[in-house]
Design a protein around this ligand. Structure first.
Ligand SMILES: *[C@@H]1O[C@H](CO)[C@@H](O)[C@H](O)[C@H]1NC(C)=O
Ligand SMILES: *[C@@H]1O[C@H](CO)[C@@H](O)[C@H](O)[C@H]1NC(C)=O
Ligand SMILES: *[C@@H]1O[C@H](CO)[C@@H](O)[C@H](O)[C@H]1NC(C)=O
Ligand SMILES: *[C@@H]1O[C@H](CO)[C@@H](O)[C@H](O)[C@H]1NC(C)=O
Ligand SMILES: *[C@@H]1O[C@H](CO)[C@@H](O)[C@H](O)[C@H]1NC(C)=O
Ligand SMILES: *[C@@H]1O[C@H](CO)[C@@H](O)[C@H](O)[C@H]1NC(C)=O
Ligand SMILES: *[C@@H]1O[C@H](CO)[C@@H](O)[C@H](O)[C@H]1NC(C)=O
Ligand SMILES: *[C@@H]1O[C@H](CO)[C@@H](O)[C@H](O)[C@H]1NC(C)=O
Ligand SMILES: *[C@@H]1O[C@H](CO)[C@@H](O)[C@H](O)[C@H]1NC(C)=O
Length: 496
């Protein structure tokens, strides 16, 4: 008898749940979308006014997709529609939504708590808007979420530790916000995370050791923050991790000697602009897939070991502005893939090995500001170098464009493009267009200083590229100018 009553109650309860579910229907979805329409103050392309008409089914509205069977709104993609407005709480009524993108508009304000009801979300992209307020901790309740993009907003507060409940999360991108505080240790509980961007925020404290407990991780970028303390050493085999960027922080201490023992797939590591010291751990030379090694502007010391020869895929080696001593090992000549070798401003001595001449892919060699005693017997390194090619190199390095790129067909060569882009008397928009995005993204912490520095470098490269050889600046003067630019840059940078 008692059991029967329980059973009856259960059935009743279930029917009531289905009743409330049935009560939300496509009309609920329509009113939620109409609320978005009415909260959008600018609709430059007139999409909402002309297309979102109640005489047609919401499933035919631009940016809206519905499920095949139940005909409820499952995806809302309003990316790049030049909308301005705020997000109404009614958006939280789109209970079947699995995909939501407001990417690249001018939505502002904070996120209403009602969005916590969007439990079916797999993809959430609010990036490149003007959202502010805290990153809400209820995002941690979206148990099926795979991608979370919040970059390019003004989110404040801390990284909520509840994000660690997102067991399906593969991409977490908070790049370029105003997020502060520590990176929560719990973040290491994310079992599916592949790409993790926290760069260009105001994070402090140390890098949690738990970060290296995520075996699926492929890329970590924590650059451009105020992180301090030591870099932890992975204890698990991180056999997916390809890119680590901890540059432009306040990290200190030596690198753990076994740091690279568990990073067999590492391709790029950026640790420049920190306070790291000690020598390069020999475990690094077991990373056979390493393509970019950037340790510039730290206090590293010791010699560059012969094992450098093991890095047979290495393309870019930045060791400048450190305290490296001793000779450049001859074995550098075996790193046939090397394209950029920068040892600028160290305390290296002895002859420059002639084996550098074996590096046929080399495009940029900067050994200036060291104490080398003599040039190699082949005379491959000389300040009488071809200024014109050096100018091209500067351009290529800072614009990441090559004279052979598609955009330079016919008349419009790289040089002319540069000159025309800069002719608006060095206004910063032109420079932003010219300079490789990556460099500005890397260094925009010190935007003014960078801009000044980059403009000077661009102008210098144009001097190297004068049409007639007599008009070209000579290599000694180029080096002197580069040094002046650097000194000014260091002086102008906030970090120094
Ligand atoms: C709205 O746009 C969609 C897709 O762009 C189109 O298929 C639909 O016919 C449009 N509806 C109206 C009423 O213009
Ligand atoms: C952002 O939206 C604008 C306007 O639709 C578009 O021109 C631009 O290409 C978009 N930018 C990105 C990065 O998607
Ligand atoms: C939708 O959301 C709003 C605000 O959150 C709420 O007032 C309303 O009752 C909800 N339900 C329906 C069916 O629209
Ligand atoms: C890591 O990988 C190496 C080589 O593949 C293997 O010898 C070692 O046992 C692994 N270590 C762990 C902790 O799995
Ligand atoms: C960087 O760390 C040093 C100690 O290692 C500390 O004295 C300094 O204040 C820190 N700078 C910033 C900007 O956090
Ligand atoms: C460098 O390569 C040599 C020969 O392949 C190997 O014996 C040595 O262990 C490697 N060194 C490191 C640090 O991995
Ligand atoms: C290099 O070492 C010297 C002596 O130990 C020290 O005074 C100097 O600050 C160091 N330079 C750098 C860039 O770390
Ligand atoms: C390098 O040369 C400069 C001056 O030429 C000198 O002051 C400095 O002590 C030298 N450093 C080393 C490490 O030899
Ligand atoms: C590298 O350079 C040295 C000296 O310049 C030369 O003897 C040697 O044959 C070169 N090796 C290769 C592989 O080119």
């Amino acid at each position: 008898m008692e059991n029967n009553i329980h059973f009856l109650l259960l059935i009743l309860h279930c029917s009531m749940i289905s009743l409330t579910l049935a009560a939300t229907n496509i009309i609920t979805d329509q009113s939620a979308l109409l609320a978005i329409k009415s909260h959008t103050s600018h609709d430059l392309q007139n999409i909402l006014a002309t297309n979102w008409s109640i005489s047609a089914s919401v499933c035919s509205w631009r940016g809206v997709s519905c499920g095949k069977r139940h005909r409820r709104v499952t995806a809302l993609d309003l990316s790049s529609m030049e909308f301005t407005g705020n997000v109404p709480p009614e958006l939280g009524n789109l209970s079947f939504l699995a995909f939501l993108s407001l990417y690249n508009n001018s939505f502002h304000g904070s996120l209403p708590n009602e969005l916590a009801n969007l439990r079916r979300l797999k993809y959430l992209n609010l990036a490149n808007n003007n959202f502010n307020g805290e990153i809400p901790s209820w995002i941690g309740s979206f148990t099926t979420l795979q991608s979370l993009f919040l970059f390019g907003n003004s989110f404040r507060g801390s990284v909520p530790s509840s994000l660690s409940y997102l067991s399906k999360l593969e991409t977490l991108d908070l790049y370029n916000n105003l997020v502060q505080g520590n990176i929560p240790e719990e973040i290491g509980n994310l079992p599916s995370l592949k790409t993790f961007y926290l760069d260009k925020n105001q994070l402090s404290g140390s890098i949690p050791c738990s970060i290296f407990n995520i075996p699926s991780l492929q890329l970590i970028d924590f650059s451009n923050n105020y992180l301090s303390g030591f870099i932890p050493s992975p204890t698990l085999n991180m056999s997916s991790l390809k890119i680590i960027d901890f540059s432009t922080n306040n990290l200190s201490g030596p690198l753990p000697f076994d740091m690279f023992d568990h990073l067999p797939e590492l391709e790029e590591i950026y640790l420049s602009w920190n306070q790291l010291f000690g020598s390069i751990p020999s475990s690094l030379f077991s990373c056979q897939k390493l393509r970019i090694l950037s340790l510039s502007n730290n206090h590293f010391e010791g010699t560059i070991p012969e094992e450098i020869r093991n890095l047979t895929m290495l393309k870019q080696l930045f060791l400048g502005l450190n305290n490296f001593t001793g000779k450049i090992p001859r074995q550098i000549g075996e790193v046939q893939s090397l394209e950029i070798l920068s040892l600028i401003q160290n305390s290296q001595t002895g002859p420059i090995p002639s084996e550098i001449g074996n590096l046929t892919q080399l495009k940029l060699l900067d050994l200036s500001y060291n104490n080398f005693t003599e040039f190699g017997s082949e005379g491959i390194v000389s300040t009488k170098g071809d200024v014109y090619s050096y100018g091209i190199l500067l351009l290529e390095t800072f614009t990441r464009k090559k004279p052979t790129d598609e955009m330079f067909d016919g008349e419009m060569d790289l040089k002319r493009w540069m000159r025309e882009s800069l002719s608006a008397d060095s206004d910063s928009d032109a420079v932003i267009q010219v300079v490789d995005d990556y460099l500005l993204r890397k260094y925009d912490e010190d935007f003014e200083a960078n801009m000044g520095c980059l403009i000077s470098i661009m102008q210098l490269s144009l001097k190297c590229l004068a049409d007639s050889p007599e008009e070209r600046i000579d290599m000694g003067a180029v080096l002197a100018r580069l040094n002046k630019i650097k000194v000014k840059f260091i002086k102008d940078s906030k970090r120094n």
